[in-house]
Design a binder for this molecule. Structure first.
Ligand code: UFG
Length: 347
């Protein structure tokens, strides 16, 4: 029988790519999503790639009663991958309670229900933001976590602390926290990718929307950082590589290969690229200029974040396979396909 994985937030950017990877690896996927920052049509996209349309339960997990119901009426869950969370860094600074309320209530409700219904395998969608502005680079999992600059980031850090505590008290529970660096790119097919609501906060969707003509000019937030060209350095990772890491993490839990009840892994490539390097690489792949101007620094940005990925390599047997060119090419293919679909629908 297929193993059944509950994927909360499975209609979102990383969740949907993970759903594809799970289905391709013969898992059954059950998606829980409130569709607050995603769309049901993602299910058709998953079907067009895998041939299978996963079941969606539309639910707000911060409602404890509804959350309990999901577990009560959906039996035989082998593991939960928890993506469901708000993720806009700047919004979280304006509305911290919205973030603490949503991200932490949903997490706690899921964990309470898992304990009640005896489900013991949990994967958490974390972020490199838990390292704050790191003292040492590249960042290993041994780097101390620091208070992140945003309430969004702090929900990730607090969530990891919750997991650490409960895996000590509940001996049956195993949890893995995956700390993503900067996910970009899209599925090779061009049918699935990132779909930000409104004006994008993140660099890559802003670049592709500028290139496609929806945005006039990309603002580069600061060129006076202590880096090679003055713009911040990040570790960009292909979303499909990230999705594959989740499959490996699920297998690790199901096969009981964990060395500790709570484990954390960095998911990055180990390569740092500056904002200007990303723009240049994009221009090279597209063979056209991207309109940009230098603007003020964005509050909360750190100069450099890139990972040491050796732990994921040795313990999970996972390394990122896709290079920057592939990340950019797939992000661009997705942007173009999506805009073409929209135009066809409008005409
Ligand atoms: N940037 C611009 N212009 C833009 C958007 C971004 O210059 O329009 C710059 C940022 O200043 C930063 C770099 O591009 O230097 C990357 O910014 P992103 O917003 O794409 O990514 P962040 O590194 O800020 O944030 C990402 C995730 C967060 C996560 C964080 C962890 O989006 O969810 O990494 O470090 F918390």
């Amino acid at each position: 029988m297929k193993k059944r994985i509950m994927v909360t937030g499975g209609c979102g950017y990383i969740g949907s790519h993970t759903a594809v990877a799970l289905i391709e690896n013969d898992f059954e996927v059950l998606i829980l999503d409130d569709l607050s920052n995603s769309n049901k049509e993602v299910l058709d996209r998953i079907k067009s790639i895998t041939g299978i349309r996963p079941k969606l339960l539309e639910v707000d997990l911060k409602d404890s009663f509804l959350c309990d119901n999901m577990f009560c009426y959906n039996k035989n869950i082998d593991a939960v991958i928890h993506f469901a969370a708000h993720k806009a860094v700047s919004e979280s600074i304006e509305k911290p309670l919205k973030y603490y309320h949503n991200n932490l209530y949903a997490l706690i409700n899921v964990l309470v229900a898992m304990e009640k219904y005896n489900i013991n395998n949990f994967i958490f969608s974390s972020s490199a933001t838990v390292y704050g502005n790191p003292d040492e680079l590249p960042i290993t999992e041994k780097n101390k976590t620091k208070r992140p600059f945003s309430p969004y980031g702090n929900t990730k850090r607090v969530a990891e602390e919750v997991l650490e505590d409960i895996t000590i008290s509940n001996k049956d529970l195993s949890a893995i926290s995956l700390r993503y660096f900067n996910p970009i790119g899209a599925h090779d097919s061009g049918c699935l990718g990132e779909l930000p609501n409104g004006i994008p906060n993140n660099l890559m969707p802003y670049i592709t929307q500028t290139a496609v003509g929806i945005r006039k000019t990309l603002s580069v937030f600061g060129n006076d950082y202590p880096t090679k060209d003055g713009t911040p350095i990040r570790d960009y990772i292909h979303v499909v590589d990230l999705a594959e890491a989740h499959v490996i993490a699920v297998q690790r839990l199901l096969e009981k290969k964990q060395e500790n009840a709570f484990e954390t892994f960095n998911l990055g490539t180990g390569n740092g690229y500056s904002v200007l390097e990303i723009i240049n690489a994009f221009e090279k792949v597209l063979n056209q200029k991207v309109n940009y101007t230098i603007a003020d620094r964005r509050p909360g940005d750190v100069p450099q974040l890139y990972s040491d990925t050796s732990l994921a390599k040795t313990k999970l047997g996972w390394v990122a396979k896709r290079n920057l060119e592939n990340m950019i090419a797939t992000a661009w293919k997705w942007e173009q396909n999506y805009r073409q679909e929209q135009n066809l629908q409008e005409n």
